[in-house]
Design a protein around this ligand. Structure first.
Ligand SMILES: [Fe+2]
Length: 203
């Protein structure tokens, strides 16, 4: 699928906080020149700063999908070097065990989430432990630092929101889910975003 199929462009007033984040992240990608450790190291504080203030995400992009999680595209770099997506978790919502195949930074804006990490070897999944990510905290994923996990809202009775920055548009990336009983792998791409237009088109 062509990336242009995922969303249509938009125009609206943008929070200076989010605009500054996108510009700083773009500069980080410029300076890192594809060096993933540097992207994660220098990008993580930018995500931490963004999620330390819960005053910039429009309410229309903070709506959970009942029984599941909404994925709202906030920004897609014109060169497709990164995307920023708001995940809005309904109470009790969780993902399947999955990977990303690209680098990612995940910061919790509201509420909390729980991530269980896995390794996959010889057709079997092995749990590497569970971590709770609270408001303002940032996690990192990539094939290099650990890419397989299952994530759930830490709360059964209230939404949580996390801001994800990925080194690609996951609508266009072939990646995987894993069955925790059989170890069976399925190839997936992310579902289309739940908003018709990104929050920010041009930084
Ligand atoms: Fe994930």
């Amino acid at each position: 699928m062509d990336v242009s199929d995922c969303t249509k462009p938009a125009a609206e007033g943008i929070s200076p906080r989010f605009l500054e984040f996108v510009r700083a992240m773009s500069r980080t990608l410029d300076e890192a020149a594809g060096d993933e450790p540097r992207i994660l190291e220098n990008g993580a504080p930018l995500v931490a700063e963004l999620v330390s203030h819960d005053d910039w995400l429009p309410a229309r992009l903070a709506l959970p999908i009942p029984g599941s999680y909404g994925q709202y595209l906030l920004y897609r770099d014109p060169a497709r070097r990164f995307t920023t997506v708001a995940f809005v978790w309904d109470g009790g919502a969780s993902t399947p065990i999955h990977d990303h195949t690209v680098w990612g930074l995940v910061g919790v804006l509201r509420g909390a989430e729980v991530s269980e990490r896995f390794s996959y070897r010889d057709g079997a999944l092995v749990s590497r432990g569970t971590a709770r990510l609270g408001s303002g905290e940032v996690d990192r994923v990539s094939p290099r630092v650990g890419d397989i996990h299952r994530v759930r809202n830490a709360f059964a009775d209230q939404p949580s929101i996390s801001i994800h920055v990925y080194g690609a548009d996951l609508c266009t990336v072939k990646r995987h889910t894993y069955c925790d009983r059989t170890g069976r792998i399925e190839i997936i791409t992310s579902k289309p975003y739940d908003n018709a237009e990104p929050l920010l088109v041009k930084a």
